[in-house]
Design a protein around this ligand. Structure first.
Ligand code: AMP
Length: 217
């Protein structure tokens, strides 16, 4: 199974990828997670990426493409992968096509997570994460039973810098102008499957698993 999850920030790509890898043994590759890990560790890549991420902008294509070139060569990709948050520009999609050809790998599908901008703003601006264990909450839809502390480990809950409303709006603008053209790109290649990401996450998961590549695993 080799899938791309395409959709605006907050459309549930990461949540679905996490659920899917509980059922099928493939690598979950989130470029956002890799970049945040690098920022946390203070690597050269992290230092370079942080200013773009905090401003809600895309990290330059050459940086991302090199990062993914290395990631796709790791052993865990041989059983398949879910690309979550990559590609995000046509240049990245073209580079990916080349890399996969070189690795003799073929994509099964590109899942498009469709959701309105207003739902995205509501979901992301209320999102909080635990600094200690990484658990994710929402101040309205899934609040911690311990207020500002994590109900699992007691860690401090925080809001990601890029989940502030003005940054979310910027990220949505970037999505519509730079990433949405990929809908046409993959549509032309007959790879696109649209899912209504406003539905419950179990329903979205079922749609993905009911597709031919879901049944074959
Ligand atoms: P995410 O968690 O996927 O929303 O990613 C968080 C941030 O990381 C984005 O707002 C971008 O600044 C950066 N980022 C993640 N993936 C990419 C990508 N494929 N191309 C450029 N920037 C990216």
């Amino acid at each position: 199974m080799r899938l791309i999850f395409l959709g605006p920030p907050g459309s549930g790509k990461g949540t679905q990828a996490a659920k899917l890898i509980e059922k099928v043994q493939v690598a979950h590759i989130s470029t956002g997670d890799i970049l945040r890990e690098n920022v946390k560790m203070g690597t050269a890549l992290g230092v370079k990426a942080k200013e773009f991420m905090d401003a809600g902008k895309l990290v330059p294509d050459d940086v991302i493409i090199e990062m993914m070139r290395q990631r796709l060569q790791k052993d865990d990709c041989s059983r398949g992968f879910i690309l979550d948050g990559f590609p995000r520009t046509v240049a990245q999609a073209e580079a990916l096509e080349k890399m996969l050809n070189e690795l003799d790998m073929k994509l099964d599908a590109v899942i498009l997570f469709k959701v309105s901008d207003e739902v995205v703003v509501e979901r992301l601006s209320g999102r909080r994460g635990c600094r200690q264990c990484g658990a994710i909450y929402h101040i309205r839809f899934n609040p911690s039973l311990r207020g500002d502390s994590c109900q699992i480990c007691g860690g401090e809950l925080y809001q990601r810098d890029d989940d502030r409303e003005e940054v979310i709006r910027k990220r949505l603008d970037v999505y519509h102008s730079q990433t949405a053209p990929l809908v046409g790109y993959y549509g032309e290649r007959g790879l696109l499957l649209e899912v209504d990401a406003g539905r419950s996450s179990d329903e979205v998961l079922k749609t993905i698993l009911d597709a031919p590549w879901g049944r074959s695993e």
